[in-house]
Design a protein around this ligand. Structure first.
Ligand SMILES: O=C(O)CCC(=O)C(=O)O
Ligand SMILES: [Fe+2]
Length: 417
């Protein structure tokens, strides 16, 4: 038995309509995060349409559109954007800030990535996975060479989730938090899902298909504005795989039906047809390419459909995506990891507790959640180039691959029916 909203139901009854689910003992825990809001887990015998845990009818446009814009003060704090840009964020769902960071702030991140790549090279080298350290190559090439010899090296780095001091400083940069304050008000928490993108040239695993960020989170995130700052560590453009957004696709305040998993990856995907139908996106008019120069950032919300293009250049397109939200709302990460408080009126001298935040590795927590009972740990996890996460349970599994193969019976049996 599981409890949702104080009502006890059997695991059988919690299964999404249309699924014939042989529910194993304990499977109800899989749905506890997805049943809270406007649940579509209909309990009819003969549903007409399949619904999956991520699908809800309820919409919350007011959390993401212009009515959510906090009052903007006339006197701007350092770094704060003009009102028309903040307005664009709420109306269009995105805004490109061409020039924002100081050179030294981003250069420090580049140096930190160099160290991360060096550590990775050493680990793979001593583990007998690569025969050269490729030390002669710089930041924009070295990982490509490592990746050629050990495919998936970029995935290992992507999921490492290490927060070097330069990343911490960037994320909690007071000018940047001043901008975040313009979007969500003065109480600010860093969101547990942040990423270093290791986008080597022509690499499927780092080419992210259309999605709304909420589709990766549990359904509580459908009611929380979580702005993202997407920060490239070189000039990002069409050729090296910058981002594209579907402008105004957030205006309905609805998460469209996604599927899993895209090609040989762990990504959920949102079909263009579904985007047009459910989110009123006109793919001819609304898709906006978002090139961002080094020093700039792209701001998006968690409802806007976006994707990144393939990297057809010779260089690695490094970027960081950092998120925030109000601390009094759920981060929507399946209760696996909390956020990190960055600014609060109650304590103007707040010292950010990075150690507690880094104490939980979100990728390991997600893998443990998904593989649970099954899975004999065969290989050295340091060299595991697969990713699993609870988002794989939220949507129809239309395509399984090496990332989904290790899912526990609980998770995968739902999708094999
Ligand atoms: O950087 C990418 O390739 C994708 C980024 C993304 O989807 C995000 O920041 O939410
Ligand atoms: Fe995203």
């Amino acid at each position: 038995m599981c409890t949702t909203d104080g009502v006890s139901v059997t695991a059988e009854a919690m299964a999404p309509a249309g699924w014939s689910v042989p529910v194993p003992a304990g499977a109800c825990t899989s749905n506890q995060w997805t049943s809270g809001i406007g649940s579509t887990m209909a309990q009819t015998d003969k549903p007409t349409q399949k619904k999956f845990p991520g699908d809800v009818e309820e919409t919350h446009p007011e959390i993401f559109n212009l009515s959510a814009m906090p009052p903007q003060s006339e006197e701007k704090k350092p770094g704060q954007l003009p009102d028309h840009m903040i307005k664009q964020f709420f109306e269009q769902g995105y805004v490109i800030v061409d020039s924002f960071f100081k050179k030294e702030e981003l250069d420090a991140c580049r140096e930190a990535i160099e160290v991360l790549v060096d550590d990775l090279a050493n680990m793979l080298y001593t583990g007998g996975k690569i025969k050269s350290l490729y030390k002669q190559y710089g930041l924009f090439e070295r990982l490509t060479h490592i990746e050629r010899e050990f495919p998936g090296a970029n995935i290992i780095l992507h999921k490492q989730g290490k927060l070097p001091q330069a990343f911490r400083d960037l994320w909690s940069n007071s000018r940047l938090l001043n901008v975040v304050e313009q979007l969500i008000g003065p109480e600010i928490m860093g969101h547990p899902v942040w990423n270093l993108r290791t986008k080597t040239p022509q690499n499927e695993a780092t080419t992210v298909p259309w999605h709304q960020d909420c589709a990766y989170l549990d359904n509580r995130s459908y009611e929380v504005l979580q702005p993202t700052s997407w920060i490239p560590l070189l000039d990002a453009n069409e050729k090296n795989g910058c981002m594209e957004v579907a402008a105004r696709g957030h205006q309905k305040g609805k998460v469209a039906t996604h599927q899993c998993c895209w090609g040989g990856t762990w990504y959920v995907m949102l079909e263009e047809e579904e985007m047009a139908k459910t989110l009123d996106v006109d793919l001819k008019k609304d898709v906006v390419l978002c090139p961002v120069p080094y020093g700039g950032m792209l701001l998006i919300n968690n409802m806007i459909p976006h994707r990144s293009l393939a990297n057809m250049s010779e260089d690695i397109r490094w970027s960081l995506d950092l998120r925030w939200q109000r601390p009094d709302k759920s981060v929507g990460f399946y209760d696996l990891k909390n956020g990190v408080l960055m600014r609060t009126k109650a304590n103007p001298d707040l010292k950010i507790d990075w150690d507690s935040f880094e104490g939980v590795d979100r990728h390991i927590a997600a893998v443990e959640e998904m593989r649970k009972d099954s899975f004999p740990e065969a290989e050295d996890p340091r060299f595991d180039t697969t990713i699993q996460g609870p988002w794989m349970r939220k949507w129809e599994m239309v395509h399984m691959n090496r990332h989904t193969d290790t899912l526990s019976n609980d998770a995968s049996s739902w999708h094999k029916n």
